[in-house]
Every structure is written in C-alpha cells, then in structure tokens.
Design a protein around this ligand. Structure first.
Ligand code: PEP
Length: 243
C-alpha cells in the first residue's frame, strides 16, 4: 500500500524562544504531498502552535496518568491543550535513559490516544543485537509488546546505534526490518496495520534521504539532528514529497 510520507522532526532538548523563527521558516516551505510534524520540547509547544497555526506540532513523551502528583511530568491532555496533535513514545532515549519498558511505552501510547494525540511508537535494536544477527527478531518482539489496541499513526524503526552517530544500516537491512514490522502490524491489526506509517530514524540527512524513502515500506522518517534547521530539514521533507 502506498502511503503519503510523514516526516517527523525530533528536537529533543533543544530550542528556546529564538528557535521559533526556524520553525516559521520550516512551516512556510513545506511542499504539497507530504505530512510534516515537529516534535518540540514541551516549553515550545504553545509558542510554536501560536506562531504557525495550521502547522502540526508534536510532543516527545507523555505521562501515563492524566493528572496527579508526578513532579516534572506532563500529561497528554496538557500537551494537547498546549497545541500538540502528535507525540512520540518509546524513543530509545526514554527507554534507556528513563527505564521505560515496552508495557510503559504501550501505556503511554494509550494515554496519548485517549487525549486525542496521534502517536509515533519507536522501536530499535542495539549494536550488539544487530551484530549478533538478532535485530529483526528482537525489534519485532519489541513492537508486539509496545502496541496499543487501536493502531498508532506511525511506528518508527530507529536502530539505537544509528541515532546521532552518522551511521545508517544498509538499505537492504532497513528494507528487511520494515517488511518484518509491516507483517507484525498486519498480524496485529489486519488491514488497518497496512495503513500504519513505518518511519525510519537514525542519521537521516539531506544526502541520504532520497535513497531511504525509495525503500519499500519506508513511509517517512523520524529525524533528530537534521530537523533543527530549515536548511537541513527542508531538503529531507522535499525528498519525501518527491518519493
Ligand atoms: C532521533 O532523535 O530520533 C534521531 C533519529 O536522531 P538523528 O536523526 O540525529 O540520528
């Protein structure tokens, strides 16, 4: 099934009020035929949503609960209230840095959907797992355990060793992983599983975006470092629109 591509930027813990100009520049130049979301630090969501009405803003994480004594956390409906319409859950920097297991990721995705957010669930293997030849089986199991009763908008395959390193799996390895994940999604959701967009993430840059978007079952990208500037992000968005 052909999908309209989705390019999601993950700003991680970058950006202040000064960065709004960059977001305005990105929003103004998105071509037709591609969906784009910028997943911003919580502090920038409302400011960005006001600066670029109609442009899709996302969050990077949500809390499982809707309210309560959770110092420093942000609930999904608060992010929605601030202007987010998407969120990432299960990024490896959350799984590893904050000990989030698959069940927590699934619970976060359920909380996000209940608050009206579209969800990108991230999965990916370590370098050791890749080198041991266990990447497909490991990531497939991780996906099965992270899924929600209702299909998410997107699943992002992000090999941990490729995030922020400049390393990228071979095109064949990306294709093999995406084909396996598509099978898991169809097994879980039937026809609706064919509609979940499968994003690749890990050192996507203007120079490699077109070849990655040409791989079967790659329906877009989750982009970290290269999403921070219009100069790097827009060529990736344009490559997705042209794919
Ligand atoms: C990410 O943060 O999800 C990511 C893929 O980062 P980068 O593009 O910098 O590798």
């Amino acid at each position: 099934m052909e999908h309209r591509k989705l390019v999601a930027g993950n700003w991680k813990m970058h950006g202040t009020a000064q960065s709004i100009a960059e977001i305005v520049q990105i929003a103004a130049a998105v071509p037709r035929g591609v969906d784009v979301v910028l997943c911003l630090p919580a502090t920038l969501i409302e400011r960005a949503a006001r600066a670029v009405p109609g442009f899709t803003i996302g969050a990077q994480d949500v809390h499982i609960e809707a309210a309560g004594a959770f110092t420093g956390d942000v609930a999904a409906h608060q992010l929605h209230d601030a202007g987010a319409s998407f969120t990432i859950v299960g990024h490896s920097e959350r799984r590893d840095g904050h000990g989030e297991a698959d069940a927590v990721v699934a619970a976060k995705a359920i909380a996000a959907m209940a608050a009206g957010l579209e969800v990108i669930i991230c999965v990916g293997e370590t370098r050791d797992v890749r080198e041991a030849g266990r990447a497909v089986v490991t990531v497939s199991a991780q996906l099965d355990a992270s899924l929600t009763p209702i299909p998410p908008t997107a699943v992002a395959y992000e090999p941990i060793w490729a995030i922020g390193t400049g390393l990228v799996p071979s095109l064949q390895d990306i294709g093999d992983m995406h084909a396996a994940l598509r099978e898991r999604l169809v097994a879980a959701y039937g026809e609706a599983g064919a509609r979940v967009r499968l994003l690749y993430g890990g050192s996507v840059k203007p120079g490699n975006a077109a070849e990655i978007f040409a791989i079967p079952n790659v329906d877009g990208a989750l982009v970290g470092g290269a999403s921070l500037t219009a100069a790097d992000f827009l060529p990736i968005v344009e490559a997705a629109a042209a794919a």
